[in-house]
Design a protein around this ligand. Structure first.
Ligand code: GDP
Ligand code: MG
Length: 302
């Protein structure tokens, strides 16, 4: 394949603009946790889209935000690292709302990109806007960046505008052989995705009662001879009061979280899942490196 094109695309955008939704839509399969609340995506994750003549490798980055504790620091490291050495940067914005301070900070960061790195501004959530509103919204974001960018209008949720986006990205990739096998769509293992999906289910069901102080640890992930995946996982919370909320009256909340998570993991893996959930208080886990490491966050030296 002499003309095969392949490359890495960093997907950048503040929390909640639809990065995970977009990558899932592009791949036609759920690999990333999506949440109406920010910061569901915690690790850097690849989404790999292979076509007959191209391979687009999307790097989904955790949201860029001010480091407030060790976990925040980690998220920023990951995002900055993703920006270096990619073949294009896709800046995703939520065009249904005005730019925020986070958008401004990202725009400033994008000003430091090497000029040879193509920048695409993808105005997402177009389904929420009509005609003239769209132009105004797009311009508000365009005005934030000092350099030129190609603009596409999409709805990740409705899978609209994605073909033109893929065509544009293909044209920007260097001629290079594929990096990954055709069948591989992500670099995360099923158990890591399962942990994210359990966390996503918990955040969905709990609404605003338990904030970000929640993490999921997979204690066992094994396949039974009948093809069922047996998963034992622990939901970690920061305080005793949160433990009660996660379990709920008569363990009803935990049951709901488990049911939702099981359905999502079954949809992802394509096989039946037996899921056993526990809840544990791990005081101040976000600031404890040992706990972060066990959860799979790799903290790097600066
Ligand atoms: P991330 O934090 O950038 O990864 O954002 P998510 O993919 O988790 O999405 C955040 C929220 O925005 C979820 O509730 C999505 O369903 C919603 N969302 C994503 N894309 C669209 C879109 O095109 N239109 C609308 N209306 N909602 C969207
Ligand atoms: Mg995400």
């Amino acid at each position: 394949m002499p003309d095969f094109r392949s490359g890495f695309i960093a997907v950048i955008g503040r929390p909640n603009v639809g990065k995970s939704t977009l990558i899932n839509a592009l791949l036609g399969q759920k690999i990333a946790a999506v949440s109406p609340r920010p910061q569901t995506t915690r690790r850097r994750q690849l989404g790999i889209l292979t076509r007959a003549d191209s391979q687009l490798i999307f790097v989904d980055t955790p949201g860029i935000h001010e480091p407030r504790h060790k976990l925040g620091e980690f998220l920023n490291q990951e995002a900055e690292e993703a920006l270096r050495s990619v073949d294009a940067v896709l800046w995703l914005v939520d065009a249904s709302v005005s730019p925020t301070e986070d958008d401004q900070r990202i725009a400033a960061l994008l000003g430091h990109l090497p000029s040879r790195t193509p920048l695409i501004l993808a105005a997402n959530k177009m389904d929420l806007l009509h005609g003239g509103q769209q132009d105004v919204a797009v311009k508000a974001y365009q005005d934030l960046i000092a350099r030129s960018a190609q603009v596409v209008r999409i709805s990740a949720l409705k899978a609209e505008g994605l073909d033109p986006l893929v065509t544009l990205l293909n044209s920007l990739m260097p001629i290079r052989p594929p990096e990954f096998e055709e069948e591989q769509i992500t670099d995360l293992y099923e158990r890591e995705i399962a942990a994210d999906l359990i966390r996503e289910a918990a955040l969905l069901k709990l609404r605003d009662e338990v904030p970000h102080g929640i993490a999921v640890r997979i204690d066992e992930f094994s396949e039974r001879p009948n093809g069922t995946a047996y998963i034992e996982a622990t939901v970690l919370v920061e305080r005793d009061s949160q433990k009660g909320i996660v379990i709920g009256e008569g363990a009803r909340m935990l049951k709901q979280i488990g049911t939702k998570a099981r359905q999502e993991i079954e949809a992802m893996g394509g096989h039946p899942v037996y899921l056993q959930l526990h809840v544990k208080v791990e005081k101040d886990w976000r600031n404890r490196e040992s706990v972060l490491r066990r959860l799979g966050y790799r903290l790097k030296e600066r």
